[in-house]
Design a protein around this ligand. Structure first.
Ligand code: ADP
Ligand code: TRP
Length: 340
């Protein structure tokens, strides 16, 4: 939807739910590309969507652990807390006031059609449960809160995975409805961008790597834990000398997404010629993962051990970002209620 060259004067914004430990697929497929894209923009807002998280997770200790972890992961991925706007959603209460205003412009049908809600209903039906079993209003209405996250900050572009496109379109439609009603540009219309050239990493069983499939290679864990996951990657029982088609080898499929082209070619040739066995290629994959994450892991460990600094970054980020939400709310209230 957006041309990659138009970032220079734009605000890129993205939110991340602190629910579930990210894996190398999330890190190389979403976290790092979003930070790199954000750094091409005039302003990069990255926030921790803690109000979204409570729809799914209500244990405060667990939530704190997840928030801490995700904040340190983004810093490890290169987020610049001085330049970027790095904050917690709950530190900007105006977002919730804006949400209430946006409800008045949100057709209920949008919520019925939202992917997140429909996926929850489909799961209930598959489990022979009533449609709305266990679904709270936070989940049902979450595209409106997400719209407020985006619109409050005068966002131009939202980098998204395919599942989130619809939610950005809803934000755009709601903003369009507000502007059309009052016949002036009160809210900026956001666009989305999907990172087309970012690979989808397969998991250790060959399906897409996903928290929900239990097939992940974790990131920033101890080397032995990462090794255990890498060495559990599914293989057949062909001996070393039997030529193998690299496209049938899951270890190679994962390696291809991470290693340099000459390393990938070396593994492919070794497999085709029966010179590399599964033990060899698992060691090569492990080395590559450890090499690609070494520097970032140091940053991650540093911040995990100095979380007070991270808290300071988040507070500073909220004080930089909050005036945008305050101005948006002001514009909305003046328009809706007049100057009485
Ligand atoms: P998961 O499937 O592990 O639950 P999410 O659905 O929470 O992951 O996705 C979070 C982000 O990570 C999304 O932007 C998604 O596109 C990206 N992502 C998830 N899995 C992968 C993968 N295997 N390879 C590349 N990117 C991924
Ligand atoms: N809904 C997003 C997710 O599930 C997280 C999110 C919340 C978000 N608010 C946002 C993403 C605003 C982009 C912009 O991953």
């Amino acid at each position: 939807m957006t041309n990659i060259n138009d970032f220079a004067n734009k605000c890129i914004l993205t939110g991340v739910k602190p629910t579930g430990k990210p894996h190398i697929g999330n890190y190389f497929g979403a976290i790092k590309p979003a930070v790199e894209m954000g750094h091409q923009a005039a302003r990069f807002n990255l926030f921790i969507a803690d109000y979204h998280a409570i729809n799914f997770m209500k244990d405060p200790e667990l939530l704190q652990t997840e928030i801490r972890d995700i904040a340190c992961i983004y810093l490890a991925a290169g987020l610049d807390p001085k330049k970027d706007y790095f904050y917690r959603q709950s530190d900007i209460p105006e977002i919730n006031e804006i949400t209430t205003i946006l409800y008045a412009f949100t057709p209920k049908g949008f919520m019925n059609k939202s992917h997140a809600y429909k996926a929850a209903v489909d799961k209930n039906l598959a489990d022979n449960k009533p449609n709305d079993d266990g679904i709270n209003m936070g989940l049902y209405t979450y595209p409106t809160l997400m719209a407020a996250d985006i619109l409050s900050m005068d966002t131009d572009i939202v980098p998204v995975g395919k599942d989130q496109i619809q939610h950005v379109e809803i934000a755009r439609d709601i903003a369009g409805a507000v502007n059309a009603y009052y016949d002036k540009e009160i809210l900026k219309l956001p666009s989305y961008i999907t990172a087309e050239n970012v690979a989808v990493l397969p998991g250790i069983d060959g399906r897409k790597m996903s928290k929900s499939y239990n097939n992940v290679i974790p990131i920033f864990e101890e080397d032995k834990i990462i090794k255990k996951a890498v060495y559990s990657t599914v293989t057949d029982s062909k001996p070393i000398e039997e030529p193998k088609n690299p496209d049938d080898v899951i270890v190679y499929q994962i390696y291809k997404c991470l290693a340099r082209p000459e390393q990938v070619a070396e593994m492919a040739d070794g497999l085709k010629q029966g010179k590399l066995g599964y033990g060899h290629i698992k060691a090569m994959l492990l080395d590559t993962i450890l090499e690609h994450t070494k520097d970032a892991k140091e940053v991650y460990n540093y911040y995990m051990n100095h979380y007070n600094e991270v808290k300071g970054f988040l507070e500073d980020g909220a004080s930089k970002a909050r005036p945008y939400a305050q101005r948006t709310l002001q514009r909305l209230k003046e328009t809706l209620f007049g100057n009485l």
